[in-house]
Design a protein around this ligand. Structure first.
Ligand SMILES: Cc1cc2nc3c(=O)[nH]c(=O)nc-3n(C[C@H](O)[C@H](O)[C@H](O)COP(=O)(O)OP(=O)(O)OC[C@H]3O[C@@H](n4cnc5c(N)ncnc54)[C@H](O)[C@@H]3O)c2cc1C
Length: 562
């Protein structure tokens, strides 16, 4: 069983179906697969195809340096070698990549990458990539879909996975699925923050599912802010806009990045660029608008033709959401939450350590992004490790004996039914879900954002802890069963609070600054003490934090300057 119909989930399903045509494979997705967040990816996917100037070592080095040396290097080496194979596979499955006049797939520059290696389909890669995967998945008769089914728990018996409980949102019924192996591919949790590029459905469900099943979450303090969001909506303006030559300007019309990343300028990595924008704003060189402070993204010098050909979606977004034409006017932008480097702990094959449970895609922390992900590595990660997790799960399932629905699995399913219908749905009075959600998002934004310090983090731990208590007395106002989105949002918020809490606790424990984790009270990277992963376990009370070693193969940690 695969939970999630985005890039990672579909790729896992196809890999499992190809490995063993006799397996019965289910994809459970809370939305129709084509509505998964993957669809909104804009810029492109990274893979070494231009071997005349590019090579695996360079892609690996860029990724590892981008990660501020927190990535596991064996994972990165595996990733860069598999990436081109996945790209070619995707092309054969019909992905309409943009092409050069000579017929080769085009490549563009992306932040933190030393050469052009990001393949793209104008600025709508996510739509085309997801379509290609979805249509390919339809060819396999042994893949069954459960669209608009919401997974609520993982059934664990005798230290191994036995299945999943999920609500059929159409009827409101809770159903138990027996499954010999489960792949979690539920994407990120951006919605725990106030200002994010992430769709409403990105609520960290899979992180909480695994965490509650006893699997730790890893590198949770590493939260990526992207430097170019529209200030009114949080909609992303892709890094491809800078890859194609766009400039970032402050109020004085100055390309301020020369003070921060002089050798890379607009193609510096996201953590550094986001901090640079915040510094400009703090020192009075930003603009003030109705939606807060911002800087300018200038594409006017690119010309109408380039914008039309390579960035049509940027044009559409600027026009529709701000009423401006980027060929002639500057786009106001500011940083906002975009991506989770952290997630469900897995090994290099997507295995979580709990027999039968795998994870891939943004929900997983397979440790290739470390403290900062490079743009365009994520989609490729979904393909490479989605396939790996699908194969791992299929191999495991093939060897397992048939499951039967008896105790204790049945008992677990009944408990889950009581939790949902009696504890969450039934209460007639209590606090509104939306109030708790808004307070959580505000607490995370204010206290666990781009800059952090001990006081703020402690406050966040306390605030989220209080909200978790208040959540126990929240009310779901809609009592109907059919398409009860109020109930689903309550369950999502319950997931989000569990996940949110791990972030300030991990951030508090990491007394250094590395990648996206920037502590004003510990401004330097400290390899002696913190060149290691932090993993967070759920306990009855506050989360427990342990460490795991970082795998270094060939690239010794060095100062990260661009
Ligand atoms: C606006 C935007 C632009 C981006 N652009 C790029 C880019 O150009 N290049 C790049 O490499 N990366 C990009 N990224 C990042 C990248 O798109 C994502 O990290 C990646 O698509 C995540 O894919 P996924 O398969 O892990 O999850 P998703 O695509 O988020 O899919 C999650 C799936 O899980 C299902 N699900 C979740 N919870 C449950 C539940 N409880 N029960 C049942 N089903 C559930 C959902 O229905 C969905 O099908 C972008 C991200 C955003 C937000």
């Amino acid at each position: 069983m695969i939970i999630g119909g985005g890039a990672a989930g579909l790729r896992a399903a196809i890999a499992a179906a190809e490995l063993n045509p006799k397996l019965d494979i289910a994809i459970v997705s809370k939305v129709y697969p084509m509505r998964s967040h993957t669809v909104s990816a804009e810029g492109g996917m990274a893979a070494v195809l231009r071997t005349d100037y590019d090579n695996f070592d360079l892609h690996a080095y860029d990724t590892i340096k981008g990660s501020d040396f927190l990535a596991d290097q064996d994972t990165v080496e595996f990733f860069v070698r598999e990436a081109p194979k996945e790209a070619v596979r995707l092309e054969h499955w019909g992905c309409p990549f943009s092409r050069d006049p000579d017929g080769r797939i085009s490549v563009r520059a992306f932040g933190g990458m030393s050469v052009k290696r990001t393949l793209f389909a104008t600025d709508k890669i996510g739509f085309h990539l997801l379509h290609s995967l979805f249509q390919t998945s339809l060819k396999f008769e042994n893949i069954r879909r459960y669209d608009e089914w919401f997974a609520t728990s993982i059934l664990v018996e005798n230290g191994r996975v036995d299945g999943v409980t999920a609500i059929d949102m159409r009827s409101g019924d809770l159903v138990s699925f027996l499954a010999k192996a489960v792949v979690i591919a539920t994407g990120g949790c951006g919605r725990i923050y106030q200002f994010t590029t992430n769709g409403w459905i990105k609520t960290g469900d899979g992180m909480a599912l695994a965490y509650r099943a006893g699997v730790p979450l890893k590198d949770m303090e590493m939260v990526q802010y992207h430097p170019t969001l529209l200030p009114n909506t949080g909609i992303l303006i892709t890094e491809a806009a800078r890859g194609e030559g766009g400039h970032l300007l402050n109020k004085d019309g100055e390309r301020f990045l020369k003070r921060y990343v002089p050798n890379k300028m607009e193609l510096g990595p996201r953590d550094i660029l986001s901090r640079a924008e915040m510094t400009e704003i703090k020192e009075g060189r930003g603009f003030e608008g109705p939606y807060g402070s911002y800087v300018h993204l200038d594409l006017t010098h690119l010309g109408e033709e380039t914008i039309e050909a390579k960035l049509p979606f940027v044009k559409e977004l600027a026009e529709k959401y701000l009423g401006i034409d980027p060929a002639h006017e500057m786009i106001p932008v500011r940083p906002g939450q975009h991506y989770m480097m952290g997630g469900v702990h897995t090994d290099i094959h997507g295995y979580t350590g709990l027999p039968g449970l795998y994870a891939a895609g943004e929900v997983a922390c397979i440790s290739m992004n470390g403290a900062n992900r490079l743009g365009s590595n994520s989609l490729t990660e979904c393909l490479v490790f989605g396939a790996e997790a699908g194969i791992g799960a299929a191999q495991y399932a093939t060897k397992q004996a048939a499951l039967s629905f008896g105790n204790p699995v049945q008992g677990l399913a009944l408990e889950e039914e009581k939790r949902i219908y009696d504890k969450v749905l039934k209460p007639e009075q209590g606090e509104k879900i939306s109030t708790i959600r808004t307070e959580m998002q505000k607490a995370m934004e204010e206290h666990v954002g781009i800059y952090r310090d001990e006081n703020n983090l402690k406050q966040a731990c306390r605030l989220i802890g209080d909200l978790k208590k208040r959540m126990k007395n929240a009310v779901v106002e809609d009592k109907d069963r059919v398409y009860n989105t109020d109930l689903v949002s309550a369950l999502e918020l319950d997931f989000m609070l569990d996940v949110a809490e791990t972030i300030p606790y991990a951030a508090l424990a990491r007394k250094e600054s590395r990648g996206a984790h920037s502590r004003t009270d510990y401004p330097k990277r400290d390899d002696d003490q913190f060149l290691k992963h932090l993993v967070v376990y759920q306990t009855g009370t506050v989360p427990r934090i342990e460490t795991m070693p970082v795998t270094i193969t060939r690239w010794k940690p060095e100062a990260r300057v661009y």
